[in-house]
Design a protein around this ligand. Structure first.
Ligand SMILES: C[C@H](O)[C@H](O)CC(=O)C(=O)O
Ligand code: MG
Length: 394
């Protein structure tokens, strides 16, 4: 079989939820007074959209092969991502064989080192990488997980992130991760409210259901240590992303200080094998949580995951929908997955990247059969009702 080449890469933006899951309408739990690094400014405390959490929007990457097959992926990146692809990265993609994924990744990363390394550039590289995996798997007529070595279990198990762990328990999830609402700037009263919510949820869900707190980079070591100590009383399973991602030293200190048995997790805003090497070698956490659409894509995640495995650590990707499912099902050190509750009241299961994808699978009773991931590629289609915009068409 002669391998098709890549004829064209195209980059589009898209608004309204989906891969930029913070880009929701009003009244959504995900924008309801959640603690952030900006919470020290009262004007930006009530809403994360007020400081711009949703400014990027979704980036859609399409790659078209010489045989007419089209692969695509969505991530967070919007117009900036489009610019990087159309003005810079396209040269490494167009004309390459659809199997050239490893070389393309290296060229995208090395050529952007002078302005990249993390953040939007890595989101963008991830988007191209995921579109290439989708394309290759479609050309071969196989699901992406088959290209990664195949499933190691028959089904995935999920915990839910959202405002209602009590409802998540009824829906069959194994745990519920709450957003932390109050940061250090809200003092002892905020701390009391954080603990009160946890206590209420513990009372509603019983002793065996996992409860976690997602702190979205909002704390300092002192506050996080005090929160962890008091939350232990309510059986907090892990404290997530307590500190800004560059504070590797703080994470290492926090991990030494949390009560025995409580886990420290982080990594959704970390990227590449080198970033995760810092987290792993400095003993920053117990579980790493790369976002597949931000950490460098699947090509990089495989390296990050092997590194974590050698350190005896679990990899439980942040969000990432199908990009996580196809990965998690193939890895021994990824025993469960996250499901972000995207219903405004966190009271029903809707697809994580709704409304941008069609055929996006969802957990049923907190579980997903591996067999639902058996369609070619990542098994999803772009929803034609979502209006794409190509700002830097060539
Ligand atoms: C709930 C968190 O603040 C954030 O929106 C999602 C996240 O960090 C996670 O799912 O993990
Ligand atoms: Mg998180």
């Amino acid at each position: 079989m002669s391998m098709p080449t890549i004829k064209q890469v195209r980059a589009f933006t898209l608004r309204g939820g989906g891969a930029d899951y913070h880009d929701q309408g009003g009244g959504h739990w995900i924008d309801d007074h959640i603690a952030t690094p900006m919470s020290k400014y009262p004007a930006y405390r009530q809403s994360r959209q007020s400081f711009g959490i949703n400014v990027l929007g979704t980036l859609v990457v399409e790659v078209e092969a010489s045989d007419g097959t089209v692969g695509f992926a969505v991530t967070t990146g919007g117009e900036l991502g489009c610019w990087i692809i159309e003005k810079h990265l396209a040269r490494f993609v167009e004309g390459a064989l659809v199997t050239d994924i490893e070389r393309i990744w290296d060229q995208m990363y090395q050529s952007t080192l002078y302005y990249g390394r993390k953040g939007i550039v890595l989101n963008t590289i991830s988007g191209v990488d995921l579109a290439l995996w989708d394309l290759l798997a479609k050309v071969r007529g196989e699901p992406v997980h088959a290209l990664l070595g195949g499933p190691v279990r028959d089904e995935l198990q999920f915990y839910a992130t959202g405002a209602r762990p009590d409802l998540a328990r009824e829906m069959g999830f194994i745990g519920g991760k709450l957003p932390l609402h109050h940061g250090p700037a809200e003092g002892e009263e905020g701390m009391r409210r954080n603990l009160e919510l946890l206590a209420t949820m513990r009372e509603r869900v019983g002793d065996d259901f996992w409860l976690m707190y997602d702190c979205w980079m909002s704390l300092d070591v002192d506050y996080a240590t005090r929160l962890a100590a008091r939350a232990a009383e309510y059986g907090l399973k892990w404290i997530e992303e307590a500190l800004p991602p560059d504070d590797y030293w703080g994470y290492a200190e926090l991990r030494r200080k949390v009560p025995r048995g409580m886990l420290v997790t982080t990594g959704e805003h970390e990227a590449t094998r080198w970033g995760f090497r810092m987290l792993l070698e400095m003993g920053c956490c117990d579980i790493i949580q790369p976002d597949v659409g931000w950490c460098g894509g699947l090509t990089e995640l495989l390296k990050i995951s092997s590194l974590a495995d050698a350190h005896g650590k679990m990899v439980v990707p942040h969000g990432s929908s199908v990009y996580s499912y196809h990965f998690v099902v193939t890895r021994h050190n990824s025993p469960f997955a996250e499901f972000l509750m995207m219903a405004p009241g966190a009271d029903e299961v809707v697809p994580m990247f709704h409304p941008q994808l069609l055929d996006e699978p969802v957990p049923v009773n907190g579980r997903m059969k591996a067999s639902v991931l058996d369609s070619p590629g990542f098994g999803v289609r772009l929803n034609p009702d979502c209006a794409l915009h190509r700002p830097f068409a060539r």
